[in-house]
Design a protein around this ligand. Structure first.
Ligand code: FES
Length: 166
């Protein structure tokens, strides 16, 4: 088990406490392969993401090969092996947003934050993702930052929008 030096920023649990909670979760489920996805969901809720040490722990406790566990994680896009930033930017690339310049918005955010899609800024403030339709097609192009949707986004306004989250 990892040393007990890190603490979760949101709940204050130490790393050892998070691993204990994960062990209990695995015990609460039957530790069989058909429950792997649910256990990974719970692990991501506890740790915020799924680093190698967590996958190895699950593999050992469930007696499953590491290749099986990491294969499931890489198959489903909702699992992340990288820590997420404080704010998640989701740029819509659904049809309406795409034809109205959604990809230019992605490019501008990549330039402003110096990250690629799927990455997090060095200061851990922003993560960048793309998605299909956030329900604002009539006012495309749209992006969401955390729970706030920004409509008719113009690439030139992005610096100002992001500044609200600095
Ligand atoms: S396609 Fe972008 S909000 Fe629907």
């Amino acid at each position: 088990m990892a040393t007990d030096t890190k603490h979760c920023e949101c709940c204050g649990l130490s790393e050892n406490e998070m691993f204990s909670l994960l062990e209990k979760t695995i015990g609460d489920y039957e530790a069989k392969e058909s429950n792997l996805i649910q256990i990974l969901h719970m692990a991501q809720a506890i740790f915020g993401y799924l680093p190698d040490e967590v996958l190895k722990f699950i593999s050992e406790k469930m007696n499953l090969p590491m290749s099986k566990v990491s294969g499931v994680v890489s198959f489903y896009s909702l699992f992340s092996t990288q820590p997420k930033g404080k704010h998640t930017i989701k740029v819509c690339l659904g049809t309406a947003c795409y034809v109205r310049g959604g990809s230019k918005i992605v490019d501008k955010i990549k330039e402003l934050l110096d990250i690629e899609v799927g990455e997090t800024t060095e200061d851990m403030n922003f993560s960048l993702e793309v998605m299909r339709c956030i329900g604002a097609c009539g006012l495309a192009p749209a992006i969401a930052i955390d729970d706030t949707v920004f409509k008719r986004v113009n690439p030139n306004k992005l610096r100002q929008i992001l500044a609200q989250y600095e």
